[in-house]
Every structure is written in structure tokens, then in C-alpha cells.
Design a binder for this molecule. Structure first.
Ligand code: NAD
Length: 484
């Protein structure tokens, strides 16, 4: 651990790194072995006040910076992420737990996201609306909204924050980032390398501590114009209420419980193997992970036995160890949640075909688990597991499949496997979700929009839509004739 230079976790306010220790500081734990690897400082009211002033005063200059300047800084930042990918990936594996190869992919995809924003910010256009009089010119201009508060989760500690930071900075906003205490090093890397890339002081401020205190304090501040959150539905709804009370713009990237429809004309073996890999990525702690598997009756048994054998072949272990395919869960609470869901499934008529238990007695390891249920009346079919459990049930026809897939209030990702174009089209049109992926896993690329509907939130990250949440639209009508 020492040799990986795990960073000291500090606030960044303006250009100052601050880590004034308090008795409430909480430990950062390596989920693979329970060892303490760092301490999270707690922001005081004075720290938050300082961060608001810093972001507000930086905004006065940054909003008028040229897109070329912003683009150049972001490109340098992306290069620094790539040059330091192994170091940052090691940190992510240490505090979040995912296998090193997945952490490396997270760093590289984060750099790609930054590049996309560096390119796109040069194309934030306004427009001219033809007027009713030749003397009048009507302009629509897009302006950065102001200081933004971002609150990000631990499961992709680098990439979830990068999407928000890159979009805000590229559009001319400044930001206060409240980063996740469970896996803090990714956000330390963002702050460190953005400064190294030449970001002016105050454009990004990083704070740690009590989430409720930070969000309530900052959302109420008039200087903070927007809140962007990625996390659970419960916290998202609370923050949306707070934002509404203070009339602040909000983007809410919330949880899902992604349905998968596997039709009986699909290749059961190929679908099961591909789904197993995607389900177990980051030990299932992925908001777009396939989680509710609806498989048509004709291929049900074959699909199930292929899925079980794929799950049983996965090598679980410390993410830093050679050959590990699935690491521990990020914190102990997730292991407890898995145990509760499996207990409920067993008590309510479902069969646990593999897994269903912790592995070992240190670290947060939980076995890849397949649960077969005859109906949707178990908690696993209602609650997002956010862990390595696949719950599988059979469906009759497309109407049955769609109605069960749409039967929850969530609407983030959804997946379809079929060789019928007609079924694919019908499923894509019928699924109530922000994203539908057919016969592949093609979500969360920088150039494609990412976001949910219904309880999964609102607003979009990525794609050309990525700046919408950070810009205001101003209409200017001007008379070009001399004023009499
Ligand atoms: P969480 O909502 O518990 O925590 C997310 C962040 O919110 C953390 O930084 C936490 O400190 C903060 N938070 C907690 N209480 C808060 C409060 N009262 N005020 C302000 N901030 C508060 O979620 P989690 O357990 O960290 O992440 C898992 C959830 O996030 C899952 O539901 C998952 O689906 C969702 N998620 C969604 C996306 C997406 O893009 N839609 C991506 C990743 C995770």
C-alpha cells in the first residue's frame, strides 16, 4: 500500500489543500482485508463558506474564458489521467475493491470522457431567430449557470465524478465536489491532475464530510445555482426536494433495477455468458448492471444452467491479485444487504442455485449468486441488489415480459436479447427506461447520452446533451435602428 503512494485525503479550496483533523474523521478501509488506509477530513461550516467564495470568485473569470482555453486545460487533464493510469487504478482498487484491470478501464474511459467534453465545449452554439421586423435582431445565447454542487458515489469513484466535473468546467461553470468517503482517492486524482493541467484556482473545490450537512448548507446558498447528484433514489429524492425549495437546477442520476429480456430465439449460451460478465463487473455494484433476468420459457433451463456455470467459474479475490475477476464489495453494509435479500428469497419460494453466502471471514467478499424465482414477489425483484446477485424468472410472451420489466418505478438501463428484428423493435419501444441495449452492452460511452426516467431521475450526462444541465438560455432582442 505504501509503495502505491495512496494519497492523503484533503479538501481542496481555491489552491489550498486542507486536512485539519477532527475527532469525527472517518477511516478509509481497504475492502479486501479490512485495513485502514486513510482518513477522511470533515468540512466545517467555515470550510464550506470558504469553498463557496472560492468557486464564486473563480466563476466571475471562468465564465468569460474562451472555449479554446477550457478545451486545452481539459485535454491536458485527460493526458495526465492516461499518463498516471496505473497509479490511479491502484488507488481505486485499494479503496473501492474492483479488480485492477477494471480500475484501469475506469481511468482510461474517464480520460475519454474528458476529451469528449474538451471537443464539444467548442460547439456550444446559440442561434439567431428571424425577426418580424428588419430592424430587430433576435439572439439566443447559452451561458454557464454558475457555481455547481456535485455529489458523487463510490462505485465508480473516478468516472462518475469526471462526468460532472468535465461537463461543468467545459461549459464555463465552477464546482464544489462532495466526493464519496468510502472510495476517496479517485476524486483526489481529479483535483490533483486538474491543477497540474493548469485549471485556475477555485474552479474546482473538493470537500469531504457529513453529506447531509454539506448538501443542506450548500444548496441553500444563493451563489450555488445547480446540484448534480449520482446515487440512490432515496437520497436523490431528498436532494431534489431541497433543490426545489431553493429553486435550484438539478440533475439526478439515480438507481435502477435493470431488466433483461432474453427471448427464446436468442443464443442462450452466448447470452448467459455475456450477461454473467456484465452482471459481475465491479461485483454487481453498477447502476446499469443487468439485474432482473426475464428469460422466455423455451430456453429457460438452458440459460439458467449456463448462467450458473459462468458464475461458478469466476475467480473472486483481492483486486490487486493476479487473475482476480471479481473483488470484494465496497463496504460491509453491502454484504449485509446481500444476506438479507437472499434470506428473503429463500423464505418466499425462490431457489438459490449457486452462491448465497459470504466468502471467508475477512474482507467484504460475497459469492456470485444466482436466484431462480417463479414470480416477482421477493425483495430481490423489487430492490436493486447492487451486488453480485442475478435473479432469474421465466416469461411467456412479449406482453408478459414487457409488463414485468416495466413493473417497477425505476427506468435507467434495460437489455434485450433476440434474433428477431420485430421483437427487438417492439421491446425497445415498449421498455420504460432511459437506455435500451440490444444484443450487446453499449451504454455509458462519452458520445452517447446517459440518464434515467421515472424514479431513476432526470437530466443527461454524455452525448451532445451533456451541457444542457449546466447552461441557461438567454434571449436578447435588439433594435438595430438608431434610438430616437
Ligand atoms: P447513496 O445515495 O447512499 O450515496 C451517494 C452519495 O450521496 C455519497 O457521496 C453520499 O455521501 C451522499 N449522500 C448520502 N446521504 C446524503 C444526504 N442526505 N445528502 C447529500 N448527500 C448524501 O448511494 P451509494 O450507496 O453511494 O450508491 C449506490 C446507489 O447509487 C445505487 O442506488 C446506484 O444505482 C446509484 N447509482 C446511480 C448511478 C447513475 O448514474 N444513475 C451511478 C452510480 C450509482
Amino acid at each position: 500500500m505504501k509503495e502505491m503512494n495512496y494519497p492523503t485525503i484533503q479538501h481542496l479550496i481555491g489552491r489550498d489543500w486542507i486536512a485539519s483533523p477532527t475527532p469525527e474523521d472517518r477511516a478509509v478501509i481497504n475492502p479486501a482485508n479490512g485495513q485502514t488506509i486513510g482518513q477522511i477530513p470533515q468540512a466545517s461550516a467555515a470550510d464550506l463558506d470558504h469553498a463557496v467564495h472560492s468557486a464564486e470568485s473563480a466563476f466571475r473569470r471562468w465564465k468569460n474564458s474562451s472555449p479554446m482555453e477550457r478545451s486545452a486545460i481539459l485535454r491536458r487533464f485527460a493526458d495526465l489521467l492516461r499518463q498516471n493510469d496505473r497509479l490511479i487504478a491502484g488507488w481505486i482498487t485499494l479503496d473501492e475493491g474492483k479488480p485492477l484491470v477494471e480500475a484501469l478501464a475506469e481511468v482510461r474511459s474517464s480520460a475519454d470522457h474528458v476529451d469528449w467534453h474538451a471537443e464539444e465545449c467548442r460547439r456550444i452554439y446559440g442561434r439567431i431567430i428571424p425577426s418580424r421586423s428588419p430592424r430587430v435582431q433576435q439572439l439566443v445565447v447559452r451561458e454557464p449557470i454558475g457555481v455547481c454542487l456535485a455529489i458523487t458515489p463510490w462505485n465508480f469513484p473516478l468516472s462518475q465524478a469526471v462526468r460532472k466535473v468535465a461537463a461543468a468546467l467545459a461549459s464555463g461553470c465552477t464546482m464544489i465536489l462532495k466526493a464519496p468517503a468510502e472510495a476517496p482517492a479517485g476524486c483526489m486524482a481529479i483535483a490533483r491532475y486538474l491543477l497540474d493541467a493548469g485549471l485556475p484556482e477555485g474552479c474546482l473545490n473538493l470537500v469531504w464530510g457529513n453529506a447531509a450537512f454539506i448538501s443542506e448548507t450548500l444548496i441553500a446558498r444563493p451563489e450555488v445555482r445547480k446540484v448534480t447528484f449520482t446515487g440512490s433514489v432515496e437520497v436523490g429524492k431528498h436532494l431534489a426536494e431541497l433543490a426545489g425549495r431553493h429553486m435550484k437546477r438539478a440533475t439526478m442520476e439515480l438507481g435502477g433495477h435493470a431488466p433483461v429480456l432474453v427471448f427464446d430465439d436468442a443464443d442462450a449460451t452466448a447470452a448467459a455468458r455475456a450477461l454473467a460478465v456484465n452482471k459481475l463487473r465491479n461485483a454487481g455494484q453498477v447502476c446499469i448492471a443487468p439485474t432482473r433476468f426475464y428469460v422466455q420459457q423455451g430456453i429457460y433451463d438452458r440459460f439458467l444452467s449456463e448462467l450458473v456455470s459462468a458464475f461458478e467459474s469466476v475467480k473472486v479475490g483481492d483486486g490487486l491479485a493476479e487473475g482476480t475477476q471479481m473483488g470484494p464489495l465496497c463496504h460491509r453494509g453491502r454484504v449485509n444487504a446481500m444476506e438479507k435479500l437472499v434470506e428473503d428469497a429463500r423464505e418466499n419460494g425462490a431457489r438459490v442455485l449457486t452462491g448465497g453466502k459470504r466468502i471467508g471471514n475477512h474482507g467484504n467478499f460475497y459469492a456470485p449468486t444466482v436466484v431462480d424465482t417463479p414470480n416477482d414477489d421477493i425483495d430481490l425483484m423489487r430492490e436493486e441488489p447492487f451486488g453480485p446477485i442475478a435473479v432469474v424468472s421465466s416469461f411467456r410472451d412479449i406482453e408478459d415480459g414487457l409488463s414485468r420489466a416495466n413493473g417497477l418505478p425505476f427506468g435507467l438501463a434495460s437489455y434485450v436479447f433476440t434474433n428477431s428484428l420485430e421483437r427487438a423493435d417492439k421491446a425497445a419501444a415498449g421498455l420504460q427506461a432511459g437506455m435500451v441495449s440490444i444484443n450487446q452492452f453499449g451504454l455509458a460511452l462519452p458520445e452517447t447520452p446517459f440518464g434515467g426516467v421515472r424514479d431513476s431521475g432526470y437530466g443527461t450526462e454524455g452525448g451532445t446533451e451533456t451541457f444542457e444541465g449546466y447552461l441557461i438560455t438567454k434571449f436578447i432582442s435588439r433594435n438595430r435602428a438608431p434610438v430616437l
